[in-house]
Design a binder for this molecule. Structure first.
Ligand SMILES: [Zn+2]
Ligand SMILES: [Zn+2]
Ligand SMILES: [Zn+2]
Length: 251
C-alpha cells in the first residue's frame, strides 16, 4: 500500500500477520504500535553478521527509497513556501462561477445598477506556473515511489520489515513511526523540531486548497522549509530541484 494514500484507502495495510483472537477490540493505532515494536524487537535480536548480510541485501533498495521520499518532502516544502506567497483572495477567485467562455458571472440584483465591467483576476502567473510544475514533479515522484515499493526485495527479513513498518505503521496522530523516530535528527540539524513552532507536526499537502480531501505527508525540515529560512534569515536552494523562480521572504 502506498504510504501516502493511507487516509483515502478502504483496505487494510498489507501486512500478513495471523489474526489474533482478542476479546477487547484493539484500536488501529494500538495495532500499528504493536506491529512496529515487534519489527523493532525482531531487528534488535539479529547478530552483527546477520545484520551485515541482511543490510547488504536491502541497502540499495532502502537507500533509493529514502532518497526518493526525501525528494518528495523537498518538493512539498517548496510548494508550501510558494502557497504562502499567494494572494489571500486567490482561492475564492478561483471558485467564482464562470460562464462557458471563462467570463466571470456576477449576480446582479434588480435594485443595483449593473456593473460596467468585471475586474480581471489578478494572479501572479509566474508563481502559479512554478506551483503547477512542482505538482507535476510531485506526481511523478509518487509514481516512482510506488514503483520502488513494488520492486522491494523479498523475502522480507527483519531489516526490511523494520524499514517498512517505520513507514507504514502510524501513531494516533497518523504519523509514520519513521517520522516520529527521526524528530531528534531534525532537532540536531537545527530544524523546526528544535523549536516550539511545531511545523513538522502539521504535515504537508501538494494542494493546500484541497487538504480536506487527502491525508498529510509528514517529513522533517529541508532547505525549502519556510520557517527555517525565516529563522536563519537566508536561503540556500537545494540542487535536487530546478532553480527557484520565486525567492522566499527572509523575514
Ligand atoms: Zn518551524
Ligand atoms: Zn523547518
Ligand atoms: Zn522536524
Amino acid at each position: 500500500m502506498p504510504f501516502w494514500s493511507w487516509k483515502g484507502s478502504k483496505t487494510k495495510p498489507t501486512h500478513t500477520s495471523k489474526p489474533v483472537d482478542r476479546t477487547v477490540p484493539v484500536s488501529k493505532e494500538t495495532e500499528c504500535r504493536e506491529k512496529y515494536k515487534y519489527a523493532k524487537n525482531r531487528y534488535s535480536r539479529l547478530s552483527a553478521d546477520e545484520r551485515c548480510s541482511y543490510q547488504e541485501a536491502v541497502k540499495n533498495w532502502a537507500g533509493k527509497y529514502t532518497e526518493e521520499t526525501a525528494l518528495g518532502i523537498l518538493i512539498l516544502q517548496r510548494l508550501h513556501r510558494l502557497q504562502l506567497l499567494r494572494p489571500r483572495s486567490s482561492k475564492k477567485l478561483h471558485r467564482h462561477p464562470r460562464g462557458e467562455d471563462g467570463e466571470i458571472l456576477t449576480k446582479v440584483r434588480d435594485s443595483m445598477p449593473p456593473p460596467i465591467y468585471v475586474e480581471p483576476i489578478q494572479e501572479d502567473s509566474c508563481l502559479e506556473a512554478e506551483m503547477t510544475q512542482l505538482r507535476k514533479d510531485y506526481w511523478k515522484h509518487q509514481l516512482r515511489l510506488q514503483e520502488l515499493y513494488r520492486g522491494r526485495p523479498h523475502p522480507t527479513g527483519p531489516t526490511m520489515a523494520l524499514f517498512l513498518a517505520g513507514h507504514e505503521y502510524r501513531n494516533e496522530h497518523g504519523q509514520p513511526y519513521d517520522f516520529v523516530d527521526s524528530q531528534r535528527e531534525c532537532a540536531n540539524a537545527g530544524g523546526c523540531c528544535a523549536r516550539s513552532c511545531g511545523c513538522c507536526q502539521k504535515g504537508l499537502y501538494a494542494n493546500e486548497d484541497k487538504k480536506d480531501q487527502t491525508s498529510p505527508v509528514y517529513g522533517h525540515c529541508t532547505l525549502e522549509c519556510v520557517c527555517c529560512i525565516r529563522f536563519r534569515e537566508c536561503y540556500v536552494p537545494d540542487g535536487r530541484l530546478s532553480p527557484p523562480k520565486t525567492k522566499p521572504l527572509l523575514r
